[in-house]
Design a protein around this ligand. Structure first.
Ligand SMILES: [Zn+2]
Length: 324
């Protein structure tokens, strides 16, 4: 059913051939007809990504057409109040880690700003706010208060860039991260939030970390590699419990604050893929134990069905590597 792993080499971020299959899962999305997708990982940089991918045309329709991503615009008003509260709390947590200019208002760019709620909070706090958003209706809402850009500027003028739940969606996250680096002043900061593959055994939302739209799955080492190759250095992995308050205590998200350092290099990390491998293995152990603890009969439980699916997925995984 699956093309051999060879077809997915080299790694889309670091160019290495040292890829390995991590997991096979049921495709619940609608863009591709594939019944299952495979999560593969790069042993050199620690990135993981799902294949096969939707085509660029499918993505363009999803993000820029009226029905996919942009359809969220109709829900934004009902979400606005809670989001405003979350982002205010996030800004309070980030503020001690930012170095801001004293002679002018700080400037922020939100890359993939949606309806601009994060920017609303920053503007209220005195920031000059700029947004980039592919969804036309969402951009229309954000544009009521913020300067909307059609493309990233080529000069460096922002003190902070926000990439909030965007990097997992991008077919070429390294190119985007490099372009964003070019817009940040020397010593400026980048805030990134992505679903956390490294804690999938704790939050147990594998479908949130890897799916047809979340093409790239990140652990802290994988994100460190990507940002290092784009000219950033991670200063803080923001994993304190107060950050998880925004997801009702579940450690769903990996949030980092990085500093633009200018030098593009793959940071030295020992076994950068280990966190993904170990977290997925721990998740499998937990789910198998739960499946075994269930009574053999009556009707199959969702957990047992999951276990059977995983067993089929394991067979597919063996197929992926050509029987090795
Ligand atoms: Zn790689």
């Amino acid at each position: 059913m699956y093309p051999l792993l060879e077809n997915w080499k080299p790694c889309l971020v670091c160019g290495s051939d040292r890829l390995r299959p991590l997991h096979v899962y049921r495709n619940k999305g609608r863009l591709t007809p594939e019944p299952q997708l495979a999560l593969i990982g790069c042993e050199r940089c620690g990135l993981a990504y799902s294949v096969p991918r939707p085509t660029e045309e499918m993505f363009a329709v999803y993000y820029s057409g009226g029905e996919g991503w942009d359809a969220r615009a109709s829900k934004e008003e009902s979400w606005a109040e809670q989001r405003h509260e979350w982002y205010s709390g996030l800004l309070d947590l980030l503020r001690p880690h930012l170095e801001l200019p004293s002679d002018r208002p700080p400037r922020v760019l939100d890359f993939g700003c949606g309806a601009g709620t994060w920017l609303d909070v920053l503007q209220d706090a005195g920031w000059e706010t700029f947004g980039l958003e592919p969804g036309a209706r969402l951009a229309g809402i954000a544009g009521r208060r913020h300067e909307m850009l059609d493309a990233l500027p080529s000069d460096a003028s922002f003190d902070l860039a926000i990439v909030h739940h965007v990097l997992e969606h991008l077919a070429d996250p390294l190119a985007a991260a490099r372009d964003i680096a070019g817009t940040i002043v020397d010593g400026g900061r980048l805030f990134v939030s992505v679903p956390d593959l490294g804690r999938v055994h704790l939050h147990r939302k594998l479908g949130y970390t890897a799916n047809e739209l979340h093409l790239v799955s990140y652990t802290a080492p994988g994100l460190r590699s990507l940002l290092g190759l784009a000219g950033f250095e991670i200063e803080h992995v923001l994993r304190a419990p107060e950050f998880d308050a925004f997801t009702a205590g579940r450690p769903l998200r990996l949030r980092v604050l990085a500093r633009r350092c200018g030098e593009e290099r793959l940071p030295e990390q020992e076994e950068p893929l280990a966190e993904a491998v170990e977290s997925l293995r721990a998740l499998g152990t937990i789910e198998s134990r739960e499946a075994r603890a269930r009574p053999a009969k009556p009707a199959p439980s969702p957990v047992a069905r999951t276990a059977r699916r995983r067993s089929r997925a394991a067979a597919a995984l063996r197929g992926l590597v050509g029987g090795r």
